[in-house]
Design a protein around this ligand. Structure first.
Ligand code: UT7
Length: 335
C-alpha cells in the first residue's frame, strides 16, 4: 500500500453508454396488457434502451468507462482499481470488472464487482473513495452497468415496463483542492429480501429445467411494498448524511436519485423539502437501470453543463436486499 495522497477524492470524469435500440411504451402495449397512460402516469417512464442480443454488461460498461477516461484526460494504464456494480454480470465469474479491464486495456488495475442491486453505484463509489483515501489506489474507475433486459420477464406486466439497459462510469482521483466526496451513509435490511429478487440461477435454486419452467431466473418484485420502503429509506439516508457532515438540505444544489419511479422521486423531494427542479431526472427516457441509473443521470447533467464547480450534490439510492445509501460530494472541475 502506498501512502494516501493528501487532498480530496474527486470525480474527475464521467461517461455513459445507452444501447441504440429504444423500446417505447407503445411497443409494450403490443407485448403485455398495459397502456402508455398506465406506465407514464404510474412511473413517469416513456421509453427505455435495450441491449442487443450479443451486447453484455461489460461491453456497455467498457464504452462508458472509456468515455469517462477521455473526459478526465486519463490513460487506461493509469487506472489501478476497477469496480463494477451490477446485478447482471456477464457471467457468475469472473467478474464483469475483469472483462472491462481487458476491453479498455487497464492492465495495472485490480478488479472486482459489487452487488448491492439498485444501490450498487453508491456502494461502489464509497468503496472506491475508501481505497483512494487510504492510499490503496490512485486512479479508480467506478462503474454501474446493467443488462436488465436479460432478467426481465417479458410476460409480467408488473415488472417488464420498468427496466432498461445501460452503463455509467466515473473516474476517481485525489485533488489537492476542493472537498470532492464528503461522505456516504449506507444501510441494508436482509429481512425484506423476498420483496425484490431473482430467485433462480444461484446456489439456492441452481438453474435447471424446473427453475426455467417456474420462471425463477427472472426478476420478481412486490412493487407497492418496495415503493413505501424506498421513499422512507432514501429520505432517512439523505438526512443522515447531511446531519453527519453538519450540512443542511438547503445547501444541496443537485440531487441525483436512483431512477425507479417519478412518484418516488416526487415524494422524496416533498419530504426533504427540496424543489423537484433540483433533482436530475431522466427515467422518462431510460427507465430503471438499477446500478447504472445514477452514473448515467450524472453524466447527462455534467455534459449538459448543469453542474458547476463547487456545487454540493447528493446521490441517493435504494434497491433489492434491501439496500440503500446516500453520498454527499462537492463537484470539482478540472485538475
Ligand atoms: O429499483 C429498485 C427499487 N424499485 C422500486 O423502487 C420500484 C417501486 N415500485 C413502484 O415503482 C411501483 O409500485 C410500480 C410502478 C411497480 C407499480 O405501481 P403501483 O402504483 O404500486 O401499482 P400496483 O402494483 O399497486 O398495481 C395497481 C394495479 C394492479 O391492478 P389491480 O390489482 O388494482 O386490479 C396491477 O395489476 O395496476 C396493475 N398493473 C398494471 N396495469 C397496467 C400493474 N402493472 C401494470 C401495467 N399496466 N404494466
Amino acid at each position: 500500500m502506498t501512502p494516501a495522497t493528501p487532498g480530496a477524492v474527486c470525480i474527475v470524469g464521467t461517461g455513459a453508454y445507452l444501447p441504440a435500440r429504444v423500446l417505447t411504451n407503445a411497443e409494450l402495449e403490443k407485448m403485455v396488457e398495459t397502456s402508455d397512460e398506465w406506465i407514464a402516469s404510474r412511473t413517469g417512464i416513456r421509453q427505455r434502451h435495450i441491449a442487443a442480443a450479443d451486447e453484455a454488461t461489460s461491453d456497455m460498461s467498457a464504452i462508458a468507462a472509456q468515455r469517462a477516461l477521455d473526459a478526465a484526460g486519463v490513460e487506461a494504464m493509469e487506472v489501478d482499481l476497477i469496480v463494477v456494480a451490477t446485478v447482471t454480470p456477464d457471467m457468475p465469474f469472473p467478474s464483469t470488472a475483469c472483462f472491462v479491464q481487458k476491453k479498455i486495456g487497464a492492465r495495472k488495475a485490480f478488479c472486482f464487482d459489487i452487488e448491492a442491486a439498485c444501490s450498487g453505484f453508491v456502494y461502489a463509489l464509497d468503496v472506491g473513495y475508501r481505497f483512494l483515501a487510504t492510499g490503496g489506489a490512485k486512479t479508480a474507475l467506478i462503474i454501474g452497468g446493467e443488462k436488465l433486459s436479460s432478467v426481465t420477464d417479458w410476460q409480467d406486466r408488473t415488472t417488464c415496463v420498468l427496466f432498461g439497459d445501460g452503463a455509467g462510469a466515473v473516474v476517481l482521483q485525489t485533488r489537492k483542492t476542493g472537498r470532492g466526496i464528503i461522505g456516504t451513509v449506507a444501510g441494508s435490511d436482509g429481512t425484506l429480501a423476498n420483496l425484490l429478487q431473482i430467485p433462480g440461477g444461484g446456489s439456492r435454486h441452481p438453474s435447471s429445467a424446473e427453475t426455467i419452467d417456474k420462471r425463477l431466473h427472472f426478476l420478481k418484485m412486490q412493487g407497492n411494498e418496495v415503493f413505501k420502503h424506498a421513499v422512507r429509506c432514501m429520505c432517512d439516508a439523505a438526512q443522515q448524511v447531511l446531519d453527519r457532515h453538519g450540512l443542511k438540505v438547503e445547501d444541496v444544489k443537485w440531487v441525483i436519485p436512483h431512477q425507479a419511479n417519478l412518484r418516488i422521486i416526487q415524494a422524496i423531494a416533498q419530504r426533504l423539502g427540496v424543489g423537484i427542479e433540483r433533482f436530475c431526472v431522466n427515467l422518462d427516457q431510460v427507465g430503471n437501470m438499477s446500478s447504472a441509473s445514477i452514473p448515467v443521470a450524472l453524466d447527462e447533467a455534467v455534459r449538459a453543463g448543469r453542474i458547476q464547480h463547487g456545487d454540493l450534490m447528493l446521490f441517493v439510492a435504494f434497491g433489492g436486499g434491501f439496500t440503500w445509501g446516500a453520498t454527499l460530494l462537492e463537484w470539482h472541475h478540472g485538475k
